[in-house]
Design a protein around this ligand. Structure first.
Ligand SMILES: Cc1cc2nc3c(=O)[nH]c(=O)nc-3n(C[C@H](O)[C@H](O)[C@H](O)COP(=O)(O)OP(=O)(O)OC[C@H]3O[C@@H](n4cnc5c(N)ncnc54)[C@H](O)[C@@H]3O)c2cc1C
Length: 399
């Protein structure tokens, strides 16, 4: 669109920040609202895939992200007895391909500094509760706007989604995790792998390198054990995690009570991603369990695709239709696969653990299946039967 749009964005997370920069730089008048007075990163260290990295690159943040983060060459999951469950390498897609482990504070700092350099207006300490006549409304009735386009990028517990789609059920997964980012003087992350150890479906410990000398540790727990009113049972975490993976003991010991944080996740599935000219982006549209490590990548890709669709379309309606075309197959695929896989790693369904241990490792040898699994990890799938090949430099080609 050549005409500047008046855009209201709710949520200064991954999706909201990336979109606000892209739209403001395309000449649109963007106002971003964030509930926290001091916008801050929420959640654990994360793994950026070639998809998310391509968007950071397009925002001019690639080099700094690579300097702060840790290059990740693949994913390896084993049972406590050493049996292979997953063993995937980005190099199978392209010799130069890689993922990037990054502290969430680093991703946030990079995006927020970029946002500050753009012409988007950022208004903090404002929690939006609803939308009326294309105005954003705070709980006390204070209004902002009107806007021509409102973007709900307010995360997995989206209040705007609840206000505009009140009948939707957004179930909480029964399992979540404890996480902490810890120093890694022993070099547990030196292999450059996201490593996991599992026992059945009830025990899982993950170690993700997120900086040259730092790891983020993830420990799976049922949501009841993560309830705010319950103290974290540090002694049983240490005992059980060390029994599962003795070599990870130094990282486990360093995760102290004050550093361990709780995370729960929801399965968000919307029949459509817009309610008129209000569009849902990122976790507000398709939050899921982080089993496949895709949420932030999908959020970055959503932002890119929406900005591109607006740029290429003659009006807002065709832009929203173009956005849906660009994103539908990818988002639906990752939602389904995450939802399908999660109980094989986090549930009380023991037979799923037996099936996983018996067949998943062997599936790596089946022609085509290893490629499907690796491209799923890399974020490049556009459904069960299609994937976007990486370019000659091993990067994801944005289109
Ligand atoms: C333990 C864990 C590990 C993960 N690991 C990975 C990984 O390895 N790779 C990966 O890609 N993803 C990972 N994810 C998922 C990833 O964190 C999310 O998908 C991503 O942060 C979604 O971005 P978002 O912008 O949609 O939402 P968020 O980042 O949640 O941002 C939402 C923003 O909206 C603000 N907000 C909320 N409500 C309102 C309101 N009413 N008014 C104003 N502001 C509001 C919030 O304060 C927040 O700033 C992980 C998630 C968890 C929990």
């Amino acid at each position: 669109m050549t005409r500047p749009l008046e855009v209201g964005v709710v949520g200064c997370g991954v999706a909201g920040q990336a979109l606000s920069v892209l739209l403001a730089e395309a000449g649109h008048r963007v106002t971003l609202f964030e509930r926290f007075a001091e916008p801050r990163p929420v959640g654990a260290g994360l793994l950026l895939q070639p998809t998310g990295l391509a968007v950071l690159e397009a925002l001019g943040l690639g080099a700094e992200a690579r300097a702060r983060g840790a290059r990740v060459v693949g994913l390896e999951a084993r049972t406590s007895g050493g049996r292979r469950v997953l063993d995937l390498r980005y190099a199978d897609l392209h010799p130069e391909a890689f993922g990037l482990g990054l502290r969430r504070t680093d991703l946030f700092d990079l995006l927020f500094a970029r946002l500050r350099r753009s012409r988007a207006q950022v208004i903090t300490g404002r929690e939006m509760a609803g939308v009326e006549r294309m105005q954003l409304v705070e709980p006390d009735g204070k209004r902002h706007g009107p806007f021509e386009l409102i973007v709900a990028a307010d995360g997995t517990n989206s209040v705007l989604r609840g206000a505009l789609m009140p009948s939707l059920k957004i179930p909480l997964y029964r399992w979540g995790c404890l996480w902490a980012t810890v120093p890694d003087p022993e070099g547990l992350g030196a292999s450059g792998l996201l490593q996991q150890r599992v026992r059945g479906t009830t025990h899982m410990l993950g170690l993700l390198p997120v900086a040259p000398d730092r790891l983020t540790l993830f420990w799976s727990l049922p949501v009841q054990a993560l309830a705010r009113e319950r103290a974290i049972d540090l002694a049983s975490f240490r005992r059980e995690a060390t029994a599962l993976w003795p070599q990870a003991a130094p990282a486990i010991e360093r995760a102290t009570q004050s550093e361990l944080a709780r995370a729960t996740y929801r399965h968000v599935s919307l029949p459509r991603w817009n309610a008129g000219p209000v569009i849902f982006l990122g976790d507000a549209a398709h939050g899921t369990s982080p089993q496949l490590g895709q949420g932030a990548n999908l959020a970055l890709m959503d932002a890119w695709a929406l900005a591109r669709s607006i740029e290429e379309s003659g009006n807002l309606l065709t832009a929203l239709i173009a956005y849906e075309r660009r994103r539908a197959s990818t988002i639906r695929y990752y939602q389904r696969v995450s939802h399908l896989l999660t109980p094989f790693f986090q549930s009380r369904k023991a037979p799923l653990g037996w099936l996983r241990d018996a067949f998943l490792g062997a599936a790596h040898e089946v022609p085509g299946v290893r490629g499907l699994m690796t491209s799923t990890l890399a974020g490049t799938r556009r459904g069960w039967f299609a994937s976007v090949p990486l370019d000659a430099a091993g990067r994801y080609p944005l289109s």
